[in-house]
Design a protein around this ligand. Structure first.
Ligand code: FES
Length: 154
């Protein structure tokens, strides 16, 4: 879908900026926002490019460079950290074969860390795109990536 069509579904209010940016980023198969996207949002909301750029730079869920089809965000906040989050992060890196902040050459996966994802009672937690995975352990992590691989082979 064209980004202009996506943006036009939102009311022209500045408090819609985050939702608009999310929708536009989600429309990009490589999960990022281009300079043209930011200009389009600024124009639609009748604001400056730099104010949109500032918002994008502030929030870690937005990216200005291409990322994988699957963006893995691992919570690094204290509770998840205490519940073995570091080891789980290492397992994910080993499975995918890249480090934190990196993207696979085939643009399938990116690994990022995140502040609290809001599901502390189920630590440790990660998100892959919009889906939350709770109470993680080695077994669950292996299953998650196994099912992604199977889905990709269909
Ligand atoms: S501390 Fe990890 S979800 Fe809150």
């Amino acid at each position: 879908m064209d980004n202009r069509d996506i943006i036009s579904k939102f009311e022209q209010r500045k408090d819609n900026m985050l939702n608009i940016l999310h929708a536009v980023q989600n429309n990009n198969p490589n999960n990022y926002l281009t300079t043209e996207d930011l200009k389009l949002v600024a124009e639609y909301l009748n604001t400056t490019y730099s104010s949109v750029y500032g918002v994008v730079k502030y929030y870690s869920m937005f990216s200005l460079k291409p990322r994988g089809k699957y963006v893995i965000r691992v919570c690094k906040s204290p509770l998840c950290h205490m519940m073995d989050g570091d080891n789980l992060m290492q397992e994910i890196k080993d499975i995918i074969g890249i480090g934190l902040g990196e993207t696979t050459d085939d643009l399938m996966f990116s690994i990022e860390s995140s502040e609290c994802l809001g599901h502390c009672a189920h630590a440790p937690v990660m998100m892959i795109n919009e889906k939350v995975y709770k109470n993680l352990d080695s077994f669950k992590i292996k299953n998650v990536f196994q099912s992604i691989k199977l889905n990709e082979q269909k």
